[in-house]
Every structure is written in structure tokens, then in C-alpha cells.
Design a protein around this ligand. Sequence first.
Ligand SMILES: NC(=O)c1ccc[n+]([C@@H]2O[C@H](COP(=O)([O-])OP(=O)(O)OC[C@H]3O[C@@H](n4cnc5c(N)ncnc54)[C@H](OP(=O)(O)O)[C@@H]3O)[C@@H](O)[C@H]2O)c1
Length: 248
Amino acid sequence: MSERVCLITGASRGIGAATARELAARGYGVVVNHRDSANAAESVADGVRAAGGEALVVQADVTDPDAVTRLVDTTLSHWGRLDVLVHNAMAPFPVTSFADLSWEQLGAKLDQEMHAAYLLTHAVLPGMIDRRDGRLIYLSTGLSRRPRAGMIALGVAKAALDSFVRYVATEVAPHGITANVVAPSTVEDTAVGDRLPDELREQLAADTPMGRLARPEDVARTVASFAGDDAGFTTGSWAPVNGGALML
Ligand SMILES: NC(=O)c1ccc[n+]([C@@H]2O[C@H](COP(=O)([O-])OP(=O)(O)OC[C@H]3O[C@@H](n4cnc5c(N)ncnc54)[C@H](OP(=O)(O)O)[C@@H]3O)[C@@H](O)[C@H]2O)c1
């Protein structure tokens, strides 16, 4: 059995799937969470096992309190521990100007993003506090700090998440637990990245000093660095993964 266990929400594709593969390759037992895409999640887990790792697939809607309780309970009964949470699942959001944005659309995005972060953080913390060790890692975006037309709902919800993480980090630090944000720019081979018009994708790559968009594996490696011992004294941080596209 793996010595350390990581729960990755929304790991059936994109950044979550890459993170599951990366952490499994580094020896973590990984929980591959999904909501609807059972076949895709099973295929991520099969890939992990074929590479010699350990994976458990757990279906759960991370905005549903009972489902989150079941997700964490299933993890603990299977592995006996939970060392790392990666809050990654992508809540849907409208792409629209502020002028055309209804309160219902903005409120729904804020609610889903923050409800999931709140529920998961509450659910995993008691075990981490007992063991005086734990890693909380949250996926945000550079759009929480630098606006782009149409991305107001996503940017505002992730800015709330960024602030939430700093408060959580402050509160859990005395228990030996870290909480950090990983903030990619546009990531290719993801639903969001693939939905962008070719022209915009090319422009974003050209505006990036390293000359390309991020890849899911770039993000996964940064997440993995926060999960490990090397980042043990880093907390409350906001780590860009953007090839220099946004320097703060
Ligand atoms: N892609 C980008 O360019 C980009 C850039 C910056 C930041 N990010 C952030 O990185 C994270 C991952 O993005 P991504 O592009 O890799 O996402 P994605 O490809 O759209 O995948 C979304 C994942 O979330 C799961 N999911 C959605 N709603 C869920 C729910 N309520 N409960 C459980 N799982 C749920 C999906 O599972 P099912 O299919 O089973 O529903 C899927 O596994 C997000 O937080 C996103 O904001 C992405």
C-alpha cells in the first residue's frame, strides 16, 4: 500500500487526470474523483495501475455535502489515511461580459466553486489535524488577478478561492498543514483550452515569454511539488504556471 494518499477532485480528464498520473508516479495512492464520466475516470485509474501505481475511482458531486462526506469516508476506509487534497474539479461558468451577466449566473459560479472548496476542506481537515500533517492544494487561474474579456464569472469566483486559501492557510498552519494555490494560464488539451478560437490560442501563446500555452503535465508537476516534503514550509502562496505570461 502507498504510504501517502492524495484525493484529486475532477480527475477524469484534463489537469486532474494529469495530476493523478504524476502523483501516482511519485508513489502516492490516488483517488480519482469524477461526477459523470465514469469510463474516463476508470481509464485514468487503469493507466495508473498499468504504470505500477495505485488508484481508486470514487464518483461524487463535490458540491453535494452528502457526496463529499461519502467521498472522504470511502477514501479513509480504503486507504486508512488522506494526506493531500487537490481541489481541481471545474464548475461550469458562462463566458460573457459584465453587461450580459445575470446575478443568477455569477451567484451560481461563486456558489459551486466555494461550496466545493468549503465542503472538501472541512471534510479532510480533521484527519490531517489529528496527524499534524497535510497538504491542501487548490486550482485557481491567472484570470483571478488579470481580467480577460468574457471571463468575469470564472475570475471573480477564483479570486474568492484565492482569498479563502490564505485564510485557511493561516488557521491550519499551527497544525503542520499547508494550503497553497496553483494558478495556471490557459492549458491546452483541456475542455476550456480546446474551446478557445485558434486565433486567440495562438495570440495567448505568442504573448507568453516561453512561447506556448501550459500543458496539463506542467500544472501537475507544480501541484506535485506542493504535495511533497520540499514545499513543507511554503503556505498561503499563489503559484503561477504560465511560462511568464503574468508576472506579479
Ligand atoms: N483548462 C484551463 O485552461 C485552466 C486554466 C487555469 C485554471 N484551470 C483550473 O484547473 C482546474 C481543472 O480544469 P480542467 O480544464 O482540467 O477541467 P476539465 O477538463 O473541464 O475537467 C473538469 C473535471 O471536473 C469534474 N467535475 C466537474 N464538476 C464536478 C463536480 N461537481 N463534482 C465532481 N467533479 C466534477 C469533471 O468530471 P465529470 O466529467 O465526471 O463531470 C472533470 O473531471 C479547474 O479548477 C480550472 O478552473 C484550468
